[in-house]
Write a protein that binds this ligand. Sequence first.
Ligand SMILES: *Cc1c(COP(=O)(O)O)cnc(C)c1O
Length: 409
Amino acid sequence: MSYIKYKKNNLFVENVSVKKLTSKFSTPFYLYSEGSIIENYKSFSNNFKKSKPLICFSVKANSNIQILKVLKKLGSGADVVSGGELLKAIKSGIKPNKIVFSGVGKTEEEIRLAINKNILLINVESENEAILINKIAGKLKKRTSIGVRLNPDINAPTHKKISTGKAEDKFGLSKAGLISFCQNCKKLKNLNLNAISVHIGSQILSEKPFKKTLKVLEEIIKKTKINFKFVDLGGGFGIVYKKNEKKINLKSYSNLVERFRKKYDCNIIFEPGRAIIGNTAILVARVQYLKKGSNKTFAILNAGMNDFMRTALYDAIHNIIPVVKNSKKNKGSLEFVGPICETTCKFVKYNKYQSINQLDYVAIADVGAYGASLSSNYNTKPFIAEVIVSRNEARVIRKKQDIKSLLNQ
Ligand SMILES: *Cc1c(COP(=O)(O)O)cnc(C)c1O
């Protein structure tokens, strides 16, 4: 079911007209569909239901606490990458025994917090990190449950800036490094090595690299001769942003995962972010100015790279759709750009678009993942509001930041 769609020529999120919301909330704002978040979570969970995995939503994809609460109600755990995300996940009601902590640069303070909260796993990314965790755990007199992250050296087809599983990437331990880590870990008496984890990158639209990763895991598990209690297969499942992209089909991968789980008698963890939240939101913005360029028209929006960074950071293409459709044609090509004083503050260019006027409303599509969570105050712009629709109702889940809070620092 599609939760964000046109009825006649008006864009709706569930049963709420976006046009109507533009008179209620000042643009720009993020607009989510709660129904589609629930549907995505259930569909992911269903796909792997034979393996009964623990699904740890990747909080960095979207860290709004109200969204975390929606996911918590569905049974989700959390994959966090900072002390702040850890505290937020707990505050949302997610139990520490459903939280895993990843990241290459955890600080003493973050490690202390994770140990004190008794989270499920601290996923370690280097031997020196394990040594530090062991030391802190000793001081706190708490045996600590860790996982070790493998860098399987797999080249998953995705944007180079979101690949994490190649030898040249900073994440995890190489195969050889991981095997020696497992040996040395025995000397770290305050640690329980309970898991092996992988996460090969993001926005991956093919099953193949995931299947390859399972093979590498098998090879490594055999070599370490460790019966890991948990195998954390990470996230990275892609969504369709462009018309010509094909949805990832996880059926045969899920069968392999189940075979793997039985063979190694382990508990499976997944850390999806984008697959759960990516297509559940739009960013509603207004055309502030139209400006004639020498060979195209610029539609200058009131939303920029500070509000939505993926295009500037990863060259990501996001469709921009009108809030009200018309059947007239725009003359020449049209480029949607933002107000920030950077050339990279631009979104997408169309050779054919409907007729567009100043002060028209548009929506940047599929902005639920790495949208609000990646936004910034660049150019001293306040964070914009986030609104969620559930059936007939829209409620604010983050108020637009008060400009005053930016003026004293
Ligand atoms: C970012 C991240 C994820 C989530 O990736 P998606 O592509 O959003 O599914 C999962 N695990 C780790 C360790 C991550 O860093």
